[in-house]
Design a protein around this ligand. Structure first.
Ligand code: PLP
Length: 419
């Protein structure tokens, strides 16, 4: 089936009621046939619903549909994009381990990896996403995951998948891609040799800024990389917290299953059924919306490129952009709706953001409504001066999330604000 058809139908089998829209299963728990049935479900002898912290039929449709769009082997929904990223890391790393992360990532990912997990004893080693060869020197036997964004937020760089995957394969390390900005419509990292994809579903997935959520998706046959791999001993040894279960022996998507059975069980950042339903509605129109976000962003990038007050425009669809060749290689059909541009000073950037009408000053992306953000004073405010430089965020940088309004209206709005 083609992508647009999957976006509308994948993962939903109608029940006896024949309900066309996916029902919202708003429930905390599920009745077992009897105690034997309950015991079988807990022992994984049978698969079925136990408790909504672990699974829910509405969330199941969201997971299956997103998994189909990413061409994955299994998925688990989470309560936020940050929970998805944390669970992907926590699923493989423990105190004494290290992870390798691109410098150019969303500010929350920088604080999570640079500060919060450091307190759990996990070290983060950073590499410049524009120089993937730096990864080689950072790897040792305690390295558990390499994490990067397909299109970075807000520096709008493009990851060189081939170069990163080659190093990861050489050392048998799991790669994890935050594909929030590119979306599966423009980039499918699992088909490019990556192992795990994470998303903030709060962005293009809902598409209208309606809810906070996330998802972790694994590639098919990830077990091949994990089975017998000393880096991932806990997948190959009995899990004492789950009656001696050995994940790598299961004929199931083991990475997301472990997140479900161990991390959702113990930490509980589960999506609500209603929010999962919102993501399902969003996915139905994702392919159509992304075309408009992307074509409008390209027109705006071209307009900004010729404006005398603009020092630099970061949009990989521009031929002048240093990421153009990589973008053509990995997502030639479109480069999404996120761009950033640089003006001289922080004050000038803030004045421009304050002077727009249609572009709203908001810290979000991927909404149908256009958004203007000054990252250095908001999303990335907690970063040190050095971290800001490393993340490619000068004081005069402005980020635009181009919405679905008429492109000419958006350009006029920017024209007025730039003066
Ligand atoms: N990843 C990216 C690229 C983001 O832009 C964001 C949020 O802005 C996140 C992850 C975090 O997602 P959430 O806000 O759903 O926790």
């Amino acid at each position: 089936m083609q992508e647009q058809t999957l976006a509308i139908h994948a993962g939903y089998e109608k029940d006896a009621q024949g309900t066309m829209a996916v029902p919202i299963y708003q429930t905390t728990a599920y009745e077992f046939r009897d105690t034997n049935h309950a015991a079988n479900l807990f022992e994984l002898k049978e698969l079925g619903n136990i408790y909504t912290r672990l699974m829910n039929p509405t969330t199941d449709v969201f997971e299956k549909r997103f998994n189909a769009l990413e061409q994955g082997g299994g998925a688990v929904g989470t309560a936020s994009g940050m929970a998805a990223i944390f669970y992907a890391i926590a699923n493989v790393a423990e105190a004494g381990d290290n992870i390798i992360v691109a410098q150019q990532v969303y500010g929350g990912t920088t604080t999570l990896t640079g500060h919060t997990i450091k307190r759990f004893g996990i070290e983060t080693r950073y590499f410049n996403v524009n120089e993937p060869s730096q990864i080689e020197a950072l790897v040792d036997e305690k390295t558990k995951i390499i994490l990067f964004e397909s299109i970075t937020n807000p520096s709008i760089d493009v990851a060189d998948f081939e170069a990163i995957v080659a190093i990861a394969e050489k050392h048998n390390i799991i790669t994890c891609v935050d594909n929030t900005v590119a979306t599966p419509i423009y980039c499918k990292p699992l088909t490019l040799g990556c192992d795990i994809v994470v998303h903030s579903a709060s962005k293009y997935t809902t598409g209208q800024g309606l809810a906070i959520g996330g998802i972790v998706i694994e590639r098919e046959n990830l077990v091949e990389k994990i089975k017998g791999n000393p880096r991932y001993a806990h997948f190959n040894e009995p899990d004492e917290s789950y009656h001696g279960l050995v994940y790598s022996d299961l004929p199931l998507p083991l990475f997301t299953l472990r997140i479900r059975l161990a991390l959702l069980r113990d930490l509980g950042a589960t999506p609500s059924p209603f929010n999962s339903w919102l993501y399902i509605q969003g996915l139905e129109t994702l392919p159509l919306r992304m075309k408009q976000h992307s074509s409008s962003a390209l027109k705006i990038a071209k307009y900004l490129e010729n404006h005398p007050k603009v020092k630099k425009v970061n949009y990989p669809g521009l031929e002048s952009n240093s990421n153009y060749a990589l973008a053509q290689k990995y997502f030639p059909k479109g480069q999404s709706g996120l761009l950033s541009f640089e003006v001289e000073t922080k004050e000038e950037a803030q004045a421009i953001a304050d002077a727009t009408d249609i572009f709203k000053v908001v810290v979000n992306i991927g909404d149908s409504k256009s958004i203007i953000t000054h990252p250095a004073s908001t999303t990335h405010q907690q970063l040190s001066a050095q971290e800001l430089i490393d993340a490619g965020i000068p004081a005069g940088l402005i980020r635009l999330s181009v919405g679905l309004e008429d492109t000419e209206d958006l350009i006029k709005d920017l024209e007025k604000a730039l003066g």
